[in-house]
Design a protein around this ligand. Sequence first.
Ligand code: ACO
Length: 191
Amino acid sequence: MEFSFDINQLFPERVSILDQTIVSGPKSALRPDLQAHIATVIDELGRASAKAQQLPAAITSASKLQTQRHQLYLLKDGESNRGRGVVVGFLKVGYKKLFLLDRQGEHVEAEPLCVLDFYIAENMQRHGYGLELFDFMLQHKNLEPVLMAYDRPSPKFLSFLAKHYCLTPSVPQANNFVVYEGFFRNRSGSP
Ligand code: ACO
């Protein structure tokens, strides 16, 4: 995904972690023009992700990120676009209090880290970028994918989780979240 401004100036690292403090407002340490460019990137990514998932509205935007305690991992390719860089995609995670059903149908209250949105630019899908981003987040959070919950995962994402992390089949839930067998096994004994 190309932009008219220099992506490498905005995002020096290959993976950047954005949250409510960086986007805009008095808490941000960034210059207002850079804040505006970051907001443009997030809004564009959110729109593209919603379109790819055929959602009626974007679930990721700069204004939403400002008010929610979510973290957005953004992956760039710094070499492309004559050295100005392109945005490859993003992964948004956050903690949610959930009422889940275990394999026996018993209610379990939990507050796991959830994958809320995930998108790799159309022309870059199936090249391993999604895995790079997801692995980065797992290392950063020091977490196993089986301990996470997945908000309304698309068929492509379900296939991704099965292929890279052997996550299949899931435990049926009454809500839109998907969790896997090990989620409950690995939680037993925890507070
Ligand atoms: N059809 C089926 N499976 C796919 C597809 C596709 N078009 N694209 C990726 N996958 C899955 C497959 O398991 C694939 O392995 P395969 O090529 O051997 O079949 C695997 O992902 C490839 O892994 P990566 O290359 O690391 O994944 P990618 O960079 O494509 O990122 C992602 C995966 C984020 C799901 C990407 O395909 C995408 O953006 N899809 C459109 C948006 C989307 O569905 N996002 C998930 C929303 S749900 C949520 O966020 C909770």
